[in-house]
Design a protein around this ligand. Structure first.
Ligand SMILES: [Zn+2]
Length: 324
C-alpha cells in the first residue's frame, strides 16, 4: 500500500518519515476512532469541538493527539481535520480531501514549496478527510502570531464588502511583503513561486486570507508555510483562473488581450513589479513548468478516483500549454 502521507510504498498507514513529521514519531493509525460528521451525529461533534470556521466552503474541526489517538478537541488543537465538505462544491465533492492532500504533496515533494505538514486520513466509517498540522502552534503549546493578508491590508467585510478577501492583487501582497519582511527578496521568490504554482495547478481560490505572515522568535516576519492548496477547478469548473488579479491593469497586457488568459509575459511583469531579479524569476518559471512526468506520476499514484485523476491531469496540461 501507499503511505497516506507521502505516497511512498509502505506496509501500514503512515511511513516512519511521515509519522515523525506529523505525529512526533508516534504510531498513529490512518483510521480515526470516530465517524465522519453527519446530520445525525453533529450534536455530539459540536459538544467536543467548536466549529472553527466556515471558511469558503470547508468545515474544519480541531483535533489533538492523546497518546497515539487523535481526538476532537475544543482547546489546544494541534491539527485541523477537513472532512468532505457538505455542500456548495459543485462537482466531485467526495474527492476534495485527497485533492488538497495531493496538491500539497506535489508542491512539497516536486517543487520544494514549504507547506504545512499534511496527510489523508480515514474516519472509522471509511470516508476520507484531509488532516494538517497547525504551524502556528509552537512545541510548548503557545501560539505564534499569524496574520493573513486581509488582516495586514486592513480589509474587512465592513470596509470592503462581502467579497473582501478577493479584493486585491498579488502585486499588492508583494508590496506588503517588502514593507513588513526585513530580508524580503528570498521571501518574495517563495511567494512568486506559490502564485505561479496556484495558476499552473488551477487553484482559483488563493485569496488574501490564504497567504499569511508569521512572527519569528526574533520578532521579525516570515511568510507562513503554504496551506489550502488544491485544484479547485475540479469542483467549480467555471470559476476564474486566479482569485486575485496578478497586478493592476493585467487584463490590458498584450498577451492577455491576445489569448484571454495569463501567460509567461504576465508573470514576468508581476516579477518586475515586485522588484525581483529577472533571472531568478525566469528560473522559477522554468522550474514550475518542468517535471511534467513526475507530476503525472504523482497524480496517478494518488488516492483520487480515476475520473478525478483524468480531470486533474487535464487542467494541469492545459495550463502548461499556456506557457509554450
Ligand atoms: Zn510517508
Amino acid at each position: 500500500m501507499s503511505c497516506y502521507g507521502c505516497y511512498k510504498e509502505n506496509t501500514e498507514g503512515y511511513c516512519a518519515g511521515c509519522r515523525k513529521k506529523l505525529f512526533g514519531g508516534k504510531r498513529v493509525s490512518h483510521v480515526l476512532a470516530f465517524d465522519a460528521p453527519t446530520a445525525e451525529n453533529i450534536p455530539a461533534y459540536q459538544e467536543k469541538t467548536k466549529q472553527l470556521s466556515i471558511s469558503g466552503v470547508q468545515l474544519k474541526y480541531s483535533v489533538k493527539l492523546e497518546g497515539k489517538e487523535l481526538v476532537l478537541t475544543e482547546t489546544k488543537g494541534e491539527y485541523l481535520l477537513k472532512p468532505i465538505p457538505p455542500r456548495a462544491l459543485i462537482a466531485l465533492q467526495d474527492q476534495a480531501p485527497e485533492n488538497e492532500h495531493l496538491t500539497m504533496q506535489i508542491a512539497k515533494q516536486l517543487f520544494a514549496v514549504p507547506v504545512a505538514e499534511n496527510a489523508l486520513i480515514l474516519f472509522k466509517d471509511g470516508t476520507p478527510a484531509y488532516i494538517t498540522k497547525r504551524f502556528d502552534v509552537k512545541p510548548d503549546g503557545s501560539k505564534q502570531l499569524q496574520e493573513d493578508f486581509a488582516q495586514i491590508s486592513g480589509k474587512t467585510k465592513k470596509n470592503a464588502g462581502d467579497h473582501y478577501k478577493y479584493n486585491g492583487s498579488y502585486e499588492a501582497i508583494g508590496q506588503l511583503i517588502r514593507d513588513k519582511v526585513a530580508a524580503s527578496p528570498p521571501v518574495l521568490e517563495v511567494f512568486f513561486k506559490l502564485v505561479l504554482f496556484n495558476y499552473v495547478f488551477s487553484n482559483g481560490d488563493a485569496h488574501l486570507k490564504n497567504f499569511s505572515l508569521v512572527q519569528t522568535e526574533y520578532g521579525d516576519y516570515m511568510l507562513s508555510k503554504a496551506y489550502d492548496l488544491m485544484c479547485t477547478v475540479l469542483h467549480t469548473p467555471t470559476e476564474s483562473d486566479t482569485a486575485l488579479e496578478l497586478y493592476e491593469g493585467d487584463v490590458d497586457s498584450t498577451f492577455y488581450k491576445q489569448h484571454g488568459y495569463y501567460g509567461r509575459p504576465d508573470f514576468e511583469e508581476l516579477a518586475t513589479r515586485m522588484f525581483m531579479v529577472p533571472k531568478r524569476a525566469q528560473h522559477i518559471i522554468d522550474t514550475i513548468l518542468k517535471k511534467q512526468q513526475e507530476v503525472s506520476g504523482m497524480i496517478e499514484h494518488s488516492f483520487l478516483s480515476s475520473e478525478a485523476k483524468e480531470r486533474y491531469v487535464g487542467s494541469y496540461t492545459d495550463k502548461i500549454k499556456r506557457f509554450s
